[in-house]
Write a protein that binds this ligand. Structure first.
Ligand SMILES: [Fe+2]
Ligand SMILES: [Fe+2]
Length: 250
């Protein structure tokens, strides 16, 4: 089974010339499902959410998404505090913490976006307990926008309760945690074998970011393989890199 991993599309501050190449790369890789770790749009406006939805629907694939901080209002404080997810949910109806059970992999969506802490987010103990409960059986991928640990040299502040999420997920046997927000790909594996996949940004046009990228996750008999697909800044296509084997805990 193959799943496309996307994050940080930032529609509204994206590279329009990379939209079709991204769609072509997804079509060529032929995943069965798409998972998105938030920041669909740059600003939480209905027209941008509609554009993001239209792009994703062109894949013809089912897609699962969790909110990122850019998916709730920033400057519109009443909107952010009173109806933060209203426009997001017009493009992404259904639960903000979706659960998907695919053959051989359970995907647990977690909403780490918190209107009172716009940039860095938080998780509650209850959210962590939910993941621990759901992760008890079989291979599991958790997807949330905010990282639960930072990479060496990263200066962004962690979300509230990140350490408890890291230890809780790890103890519960979670295999993979897909996070976005940093716009810089990396992986970090704990001593007991849980791997956090820091996704790159699929389409964001921020000049200081590394090149845009998406990834494909192959799951076969509990084994994981990750293939990054990178669009060089002066290039026009997402180019597949040599696959990386990720540890399995089952
Ligand atoms: Fe982002
Ligand atoms: Fe973000």
């Amino acid at each position: 089974m193959r799943i496309a991993l996307l994050s940080d599309l930032h529609i509204g501050m994206h590279r329009p010339r990379l939209v079709q190449p991204m769609l072509d790369a997804i079509a060529d890789a032929a995943p069965e499902h798409i998972v998105i770790a938030g920041d669909l749009v740059q600003r939480a406006r209905p027209d941008l959410f509609a554009e993001a939805e239209a792009i994703l629907d062109q894949t013809g694939l089912p897609w699962l998404c969790v909110p990122g901080n850019h998916d709730i209002p920033l400057m519109n404080v009443p909107g952010r505090l009173l109806w933060p997810f209203r426009d997001y949910q017009s493009a992404v109806p259904g639960p903000r913490e979706p659960l998907l059970e695919l053959p051989g992999l359970k995907i647990i969506g977690v909403n780490s976006t918190f209107p009172y802490r716009w940039r860095n987010g938080r998780l509650t103990s209850r959210q962590i307990e939910r993941v621990k409960h759901l992760a008890r059986t079989g291979p599991t991928l958790v997807v949330q926008h905010h990282p639960i640990s930072l990479l060496p040299g990263e200066t962004k502040e962690l979300m509230l309760n990140a350490e408890n999420a890291l230890s809780g997920y790890d103890e519960a046997g979670v295999d993979l945690v897909l996070t976005g927000h940093l716009h810089s790909f990396n992986t970090a594996t704990s001593a007991s074998g849980m791997t956090q996949i820091h996704a790159g940004s699929a389409l964001c046009d921020r000049v200081e970011d590394p090149p845009n990228e998406i990834a494909m996750l192959d799951v076969e008999a509990g084994e994981f393989q990750l293939t990054r697909m990178i669009a060089p800044k002066d290039g026009a296509d997402f180019v597949a890199q040599p696959p990386i084997a990720l540890p399995s805990r089952h």
